[in-house]
Design a protein around this ligand. Sequence first.
Ligand code: NAD
Length: 369
Amino acid sequence: MTIGALKEPAGERRVAILPEHFSLIKKLDCELLVEQGAGENSYSSDKDYTDAGAKISSREEVIANADILVCINLPEEKEFPSLKDKVLVGTFHPVYHKEIFEKIASSGVSVFSLDMLPRSTRAQSMDVLSSQANIAGYKSIIVAAGIYPKYFPMLMTAAGSIAPAKVLILGAGVAGLQAIATARRLGGVVEVFDTRPAVKEEVQSLGARFVEVEGAADDSKAGGYAVEQTEDFKQRQKERITVAVKKADIVVTTAQIFGKKAPTLITKEMVESMKSGSVIIDIASSTGGNTELTKDNETVVYNGVTIVGNSNLPSTMPYDSSKLYGKNMIHFLELMWNKERQFNLNFEDDLIKSSCITYKGSIYNERIK
Ligand code: NAD
């Protein structure tokens, strides 16, 4: 079998497989074909890939000769017919782009999307949402610190004292928890909101204050994800967040509801109450954003407050994000080989089943159907 690694579209600096992953691909008895220039934005040259044992080819040749194509973003629509009978693995967020999967299904390609894997213990080693959200959480604080015109830590110097930065994190999932840890390492004082009371202990163990709003909707059947809240809860949460936002110097928003628009948690009026020079980093921007004023992939300054809308912070740390992504990818590909070391898509396996989006010319995934 041949695995083909595709170059990502402009604006995406990550790559699905780095040269260092080649030894793991060899264990699957596979050849690796890499599109020319695929790793250049992740600091991996074509020579690095060939030194590791891969072969470099044009995009057309990679698509024509590979059995399994690995990537992060979906190839362009005009390429779908050339993907016929291939297996395509990436992170395509199909719950937000259902229409395009009707088209790709009809071209006869079997698509697997890693973001559809369940958040179970067995799937942890291939959980791209976690590996990339961890980076996003870390980088959100680094970006905020770069924009914020003051110190993060408390300082007492002969020239006077500096108060620590007040950091507010909305959503304590994987990204939020890493943002808390990073803000704490820099010396910030951190407050956190989440609708899932289960995260309270984790938040506190990182040295942050968890602000509890009573009466959150039951999320026990949502596979670990948050669910939509009642109007009453939203109102009470809004009142508490209004107070917290006014005090905050830096706000990182990460709140998402799987398959739905992100909840609006920070209104224009709340931004108007913030001190000039404050910073908001909205990493939920691609699904609508948690701030009313967020513009996806843009930085806006409103009333002296800088609002960064960026859901692709992992792309700004392309080496480490590709390193972790590639490992996740290979762990997933390993599921496609049986004990006899033969390629075999086993749909009895819940990880294969839940991540398969299209198969044999139609949509396979029940949630996408
Ligand atoms: P996510 O990106 O879907 O959402 C980020 C956070 O926002 C979540 O903590 C969510 O509860 C919170 N949120 C949603 N609406 C909110 C609102 N209105 N106000 C405040 N907060 C709100 O989350 P994620 O990081 O992808 O994690 C999803 C779940 O998966 C979590 O339960 C996490 O612990 C779990 N998880 C499990 C495993 C595993 O067991 N293998 C691995 C990773 C994550």
